[in-house]
Write a protein that binds this ligand. Structure first.
Ligand code: NAI
Ligand code: SOE
Length: 388
């Protein structure tokens, strides 16, 4: 069994999720396609990097991410930094011949995402963008049901990603509210997960018509780079700074297939925490998924008899996608970390089998094109066609 040495760049929220996944993956999927060895981790200071190495189980650490690129023993570079550094790191990693997994959104906009796609194609390395929610078994099951034609031709996709961690104006001005660092707001941060669902389940999006809103135009400035996602509130006397990204987007979609759809994304929806949902209507049935109830897929088939037709709930388990590696009884509980375990399993498989990873930087670029068009549509107040 091959061992892949990983260099991880960034040591915040996602570093924890990815580090858990590298360790846990072979315990779930055995024989594993490969094992991962957590070789080196980077953060911006020696202190942060050393603490991360201890906490997350990396053999070595550095305060300069270029040490990871220069290390000939490292096979995979894992980018878990804020969005403004994804491109520089990925391009350097590709040049050094490393395989890459980058967190989402791929970069701040389509132009920057394209530079990353060009680099991985030029240097022939494997590339994956970490839209992990499509790896929830219930979402993969929805894909299977659609591909088997069980709900027929798709007419409509309705997706939402609603959170409330930034609904309080005292939630500090972290990097997620800064265009220079994040690229966009709720759109890039969470709306892109729904765009990934829409493309994965229904197909390519050709046109969008959108409205973007910034509800809280300034927030208390915060010390330090780490985003605590609203868990720490600022005091009343903290000086404020400008929010220059969207808090909410609503968009209508026209798919290449002729289907229509809509996406809503906001981090200001009190009472909604990780309300990532889709409902899909086909000519012969419907499918509904809500990540807050991630073991479940709801399906309704038109062939059910009159009087008995309605949504039924399937609890995912061993008979469903990825079931061979997860738990032996349905509804024992799929977790966030499980989606990341499946993600690195599929990354290892692509590297070892020399196949294309999915979703990859091309998907990340397509999603960035759609995201840019959404912001453009809001500004111009008209339908925008995505030029490819
Ligand atoms: P975070 O704020 O928790 O951590 C970022 C870390 O990167 C910090 O420790 C910071 O010091 C470090 N960092 C910044 N610049 C660096 C550099 N040049 N070199 C080394 N370290 C550097 O951020 P979080 O939440 O982990 O987000 C990171 C990325 O992951 C973002 O692109 C975000 O959109 C994505 N993300 C994806 C999620 C998913 O479900 N797929 C969930 C949360 C974040
Ligand atoms: C914050 O909105 C966040 O951490 C996003 O950055 C992730 O992508 C999302 O999955 C969870 O929420």
């Amino acid at each position: 069994m091959k061992t892949l040495n990983v260099g991880m760049i960034g040591a915040g929220f996602m570093a924890k999720a990815h580090a858990l996944a590298y360790t846990g993956m072979p315990m779930y999927f055995w024989p594993a396609p490969a094992k991962f060895n957590k070789m080196m981790i980077a953060d911006v200071t020696e202190e942060l990097a050393k603490d991360a190495a201890n906490r997350l189980g990396f053999a070595d650490y550095t305060s300069n991410w270029k040490d990871i690129i220069d290390n000939p023993e490292i096979d995979v570079v894992d980018i878990v930094t804020p969005n403004n550094s994804h491109a520089e790191i990925a391009i350097a990693a590709a040049k050094a011949g490393k395989h890459i997994i980058s967190e989402k959104p791929l970069a701040r906009d389509a132009a920057e995402s394209k530079t990353m796609l060009d680099a991985v194609q030029k240097y022939g390395v494997k590339h994956m963008v970490a839209f992990n929610y499509r790896r929830t078994p219930a979402v993969a099951l929805a894909k299977k049901i659609i591909e088997e034609g069980k709900i027929g031709k798709i007419l409509n996709f309705r997706g939402t990603y609603l959170q409330d961690w930034s609904a309080d104006p005292n939630s500090p001005l972290s990097w997620r509210f800064n265009k220079e660092i994040a690229g966009s707001g709720a759109l890039g941060d969470i709306g892109t997960h729904v765009i990934d669902f829409a493309r994965y389940l229904v197909g390519e999006i050709d046109e969008v018509m959108a409205t973007a809103k910034t509800w809280i135009p300034e927030r208390p400035k915060q010390d330090g780079g780490l985003d605590k996602l609203g868990t720490i509130k600022s005091g009343a006397n903290v000086p404020k700074g400008e929010v220059d990204v969207d808090d909410e987007i609503m968009t209508m979609l026209r798919f290449n297939s002729g289907a229509v759809g809509s996406i809503e994304a906001t981090r200001n929806a009190w009472g909604r925490n990780n309300f990532l949902t889709f409902e899909i209507h086909g000519e012969n049935g419907s499918i509904y998924f809500n990540y807050e109830r991630r073991d479940e897929l709801q399906v309704c088939f038109s062939s059910d008899s009159d009087g008995e037709r309605g949504f039924k709930t399937i609890y995912t388990g061993p008979n469903h996608p990825y079931g061979e590696g997860l738990w032996p009884i349905p509804a024992l509980g799929i977790g966030y970390a499980d989606t990341k375990i499946i993600e690195v399993h599929d990354l290892a498989k692509a590297i070892v089998e020399d196949s294309s990873a999915s979703p990859n930087f091309d998907d990340g670029y397509q999603i960035a094109l759609i995201s840019d068009a959404i912001l453009q549509s809001s500004e111009d107040d008209k339908w925008i066609r995505i030029e490819r």
